[in-house]
Write a protein of this length. Sequence first.
Length: 112
Amino acid sequence: MGDDCLFCKIASGALNTEFLHETGNLVVFRDIHPKAPVHLLLVPKKHIRSVNDLAEEDRGVVADLIHTARDMAEKLGTAQSGYNLVFNVERGGGQEIFHLHLHLMGGYKGRP
């Protein structure tokens, strides 16, 4: 972990962030600049810079993120209406914080 990694600080509890869910491996909290009515960030506690930096032993981290996203969508009532799961990868792919994280976005009304 870099001393300046915002998500490492959040995941470790060093910053006052309200977690909607926490396990030994990850934390879930609301995005401070939401792009959807429901916009959560799922962040592993282990520092992994981006999808490009995943190692073989990190397969479980990705599976945990996706399964937890599914569970959170169900808990927040967006599972049946639909939601997006997004990994932004590197600056050109929209990644702004270089610590692996998964966006869960949903809660849209009136979409066909």
